[in-house]
Design a protein around this ligand. Structure first.
Ligand SMILES: NC(=O)C1=CN([C@@H]2O[C@H](COP(=O)(O)OP(=O)(O)OC[C@H]3O[C@@H](n4cnc5c(N)ncnc54)[C@H](O)[C@@H]3O)[C@@H](O)[C@H]2O)C=CC1
Ligand SMILES: O=C(O)[C@@H](O)C(=O)[C@H](O)[C@@H](O)CO
Length: 334
């Protein structure tokens, strides 16, 4: 059992289901609450739809051998559902509430007014919002010291990362308890300041829009853009972090590439931040200079490279992309 926390998830949609599955898979009972007023029979339909989706995902986990026999039934049994009529009872003893209602202030504001009335005063309240900063949402809930953003990535039950983002009012105890709970449930929580889009949505929104522009401009097909991500961009950054790669490849490459792309494609979109020119001026171009975004003084660079190359080999072998000696063509990758 992950901990003695009692968890409620507000919202029975894509993220509510994924978070409920993730926590119950970790051995933690969850109640999913649909606050939206609906016609009499509608909540049963929503619950049935939610359970069918969770059943499909659990059956898949069982089929691929990561869920023991009987696991599908056990995980389903630890997920309860409450409609608007039963919502107050469902959250009354909750110690953590994950808010997963639609990404509009219009939907979130009444939800926080409701949870401020019905959840206990020291219940941790967390929003899974994709982009709204914690500072904005903290203003909607009473006792903001118990509020923070907890951004799960879709599919929530498979992606380990949860981006925690406190407001200036969030207590360190709230952050600590949430980190402890999520780690105990097998997630990987990181903390970033209250800022629109955290780390991942902010970076990926640019990448997703740039991918769409490449198709819009006729530079490449959607299939080839996505193949380039699967066997290049995404594969590399599954091993090397983005800033780690700036050090690996050299800040000078990014510096000059940014100038060229700014001149040829779009000045604002591709302008490098001042930090990049500062690194160039300070001789902090990365591995070659012994310093960049990371310090390499005293680091065995041979050992560091060998470890990263091992990471690449393991990933290439797992994806059946390992280069074959003699140049045999690789199987076509979808
Ligand atoms: N869909 C995604 O890939 C991701 C979404 N998020 C964030 O998670 C939150 C929820 O997103 P989804 O699960 O995709 O939404 P969704 O639309 O799939 O589900 C929202 C759920 O909230 C309830 N609901 C609908 N309207 C409501 C209202 N007016 N008041 C109260 N409850 C209402 C319903 O139970 C509905 O199923 C959003 O803030 C979103 O930005 C975060 C990560 C990924
Ligand atoms: O990636 C995710 O699961 C989340 O970050 C999302 O909410 C959406 O993809 C959003 O980030 C779009 O930028």
């Amino acid at each position: 059992m992950a901990s003695e926390h009692r968890v409620a998830v507000l919202g029975a949609g894509r993220m509510g289901r994924g978070i409920a599955l993730s926590l119950s898979y970790a051995g933690h009972p969850v109640v999913v609450v649909d606050l939206k007023p609906r016609e009499a029979a509608a909540p049963r339909g929503l619950e049935a739809e939610m359970r069918a989706e969770i059943e499909r995902d659990l059956t898949f986990l069982s089929d691929v051998g990561v869920l023991e026999d009987g696991g599908v039934e056990a995980v389903q049994a630890s997920i309860r559902f409450a409609d608007a009529a039963g919502a107050a009872d469902a959250v009354a003893d909750a110690t953590i509430v994950f808010e997963c209602v639609p990404e509009t202030i219009e939907a979130k504001r009444p939800c926080y007014e409701w949870v401020s009335r019905h959840a206990s005063a020291d219940c941790i309240v967390a929003s899974t919002t994709s982009t709204i900063d914690a500072q904005t949402l903290a203003a909607l809930v009473t006792r903001p010291e118990r509020f923070l953003n907890a951004h799960w990535l879709n599919p929530a039950h498979l992606i380990p990362l949860v981006e925690l983002s406190p407001s200036v009012a969030t207590s360190s105890d709230t952050i600590h308890r949430m980190k402890q709970f999520l780690s105990a449930c097998g997630k990987v929580p990181i903390v970033c300041a209250s800022s629109p889009g955290y780390i991942v949505p902010r970076i990926q929104a640019l990448a997703m829009n740039e991918a769409a522009r490449l198709v819009e401009e006729g530079v490449a097909s959607a299939e080839d853009v996505d193949m380039a991500v699967r066997v290049g961009f995404g594969l590399r950054f599954a091993v090397l972090g983005l800033l780690e790669f700036i050090d690996w490849g050299g800040c000078d490459i990014l510096y000059h590439a940014s100038f060229f792309l700014s001149a040829k494609v779009d000045a604002a979109r591709f302008a490098a931040p001042k930090l990049i020119s500062d690194h160039m001026e300070q001789g902090r171009r990365g591995l070659r200079d012994g310093a960049g975004f990371y310090e390499y003084e005293g680091v065995d660079l041979g050992e560091y490279r060998r470890k990263r190359m091992h990471d690449f080999i393991h990933l290439l072998q797992a994806r059946q992309l390992m280069p074959v000696r003699g140049g045999n063509t690789r199987p076509d990758h979808q």
